[in-house]
Ligand binder design. Structure first.
Ligand SMILES: Cc1ncc(COP(=O)(O)O)c(C=O)c1O
Length: 397
């Protein structure tokens, strides 16, 4: 399931390759000592050379910190943008972005399948602040066009692949729809990671990440990021990042930066293992549907093939025997750890309806009760297959 021509839409011959950027962008060896690994600048403030005499612009660590700068430069290089911004969490990045772009009374279009916390931010926090939203199936470009209110809609928000149903949005087509209406296209690229998909090259205005996931990659940090290309928008985000203050601390920024160095090799192994697991799940009579964008049966396969290098490490499936059986599989797994989150080296299993997406219950974003979501890690794949087999067998007893 590897696409014959790896997708790197704006790759110029003079641009270093992805892994080179991941390892070097923003991370020159230290000019004083030659230290190869970036330093963790655990400092809140900086000595000034006379009043207003800042060294390299550093004044106070909410505004800027060299470890965070290194991460922000690396993220921008990976996502083919001009500026990156690192936050304390994915939600902090989303909140800061929306309060940068939107005003009370504005309107946004949000996906009918999205991370439950993103829906909660729109529904329970920003709606109260006066931001209205319409929900649209983002795999359907015409439906998004219908939901957009020209002049009033400021943002078309998509996740692709979506969490947890792995729906695929056509980034290039939706960029056209958003821009026709004077809105920005924001793409949450958490599930794909910048290795598999680079939305800016397809016309997106802003890329969002929960760096907690594949970017960090080791389940040891919570973080978020924004990447943009437009200079004026970058300046406004920088202003809000500093004003709101939900920034990544230097230790967390360092962990994400270290994770990014191995993102490419990790993603390839995540994809290899996911493909084997998809094959296995398809052979089980107790699984009624396997959801993976690399499958011919997936309605978004053609679009995914156009915009993704491979199809990622997330796999969802539906259990023939309903909600309790799906819950039982989650409880019976041993190597797949029962837990929220995704994108780490270790495999995780969860029941979205009762866990990550409980906040979407009763809304248009509610997920099927018989759904199980896997974040396929990079352990030995035969062990993962054996674990799933025993968990499914136990649930069937
Ligand atoms: C697709 C997606 N976007 C955003 C978030 C929020 O990120 P964080 O948990 O780092 O705040 C998550 C968290 O699971 C997510 O899955």
């Amino acid at each position: 399931m590897t696409n014959p021509a790896p997708h790197d839409p704006t790759r110029h011959p003079e641009t270093p390759g992805f892994e080179t950027r991941a390892i070097h962008a923003g991370q020159e060896p230290d000019s004083r000592t030659g230290a190869v690994a970036p330093a963790i600048y655990a400092t809140s403030t900086y000595k000034q050379d006379g009043v207003g005499g800042l060294r390299e612009g550093y004044e106070y660590s909410r505004t800027a910190n060299p470890t965070r700068t290194a991460l922000e430069e690396c993220l921008a290089a990976l996502e083919l943008g001009s500026r990156g911004f690192a936050f304390a969490s994915g939600m902090a990045a989303e909140d800061t972005l929306l309060r940068t772009i939107c005003n009370p009374g504005d309107h946004v279009v949000i996906p009918n399948d999205a991370y439950g916390g993103t829906f909660r931010l729109f529904d329970k926090v920003l709606q109260r602040w006066g931001l209205e939203y319409s929900v649209a199936p983002v795999a359907d470009v015409d439906a998004v066009r219908t939901a957009v209110q020209p002049g009033r809609t400021k943002v078309v928000w998509v996740e692709t692949p979506t969490n947890p149903l792995l729906g695929i949005a056509d980034i290039a087509a939706l960029a056209g729809v958003a821009h026709e209406a004077g809105a920005l296209l924001v793409v949450d690229n958490t599930f794909a990671s910048p290795y598999l998909q680079q939305p800016m090259g397809l016309g997106a205005d802003v890329v969002v990440h929960s760096t907690t996931k594949y970017c960090g990659g080791h389940s040891d940090v919570v973080g978020g990021a924004l990447v943009v290309d437009d200079h004026a928008l970058a300046e406004e985000i920088a202003f809000h990042q500093n004003s709101v203050g939900a920034v990544a601390g230097p230790f967390d920024a360092w962990l994400v930066l270290r994770g990014l160095k191995t993102l490419g090799v990790r993603m390839d192994r995540h994809c290899d293992n996911a493909e084997r697991i998809v094959e296995f799940l398809q052979s089980r009579s107790d699984v009624t549907e396997v959801v993976y964008p690399g499958l011919e049966s997936h309605p978004g396969q053609a679009v995914a093939a156009k915009q993704m290098k491979r199809y990622g490490g997330m796999v969802s499936f539906r259990h023939r025997d309903g909600e309790q059986a799906a819950v039982d599989v989650c409880n019976a797994a041993r190597i797949f750890t029962l837990g929220e989150s995704l994108g780490g080296v270790e495999s995780l299993i969860e029941h979205p309806g009762r866990m990550t997406h409980a906040s979407a219950a009763g809304s248009p974003l509610e997920v099927p009760a018989d759904l199980v979501r896997l974040s396929v890690g990079i352990e030995t794949v035969d062990d993962l297959l054996a674990d799933l087999a025993q968990a499914l067998d136990q649930a069937g007893r």
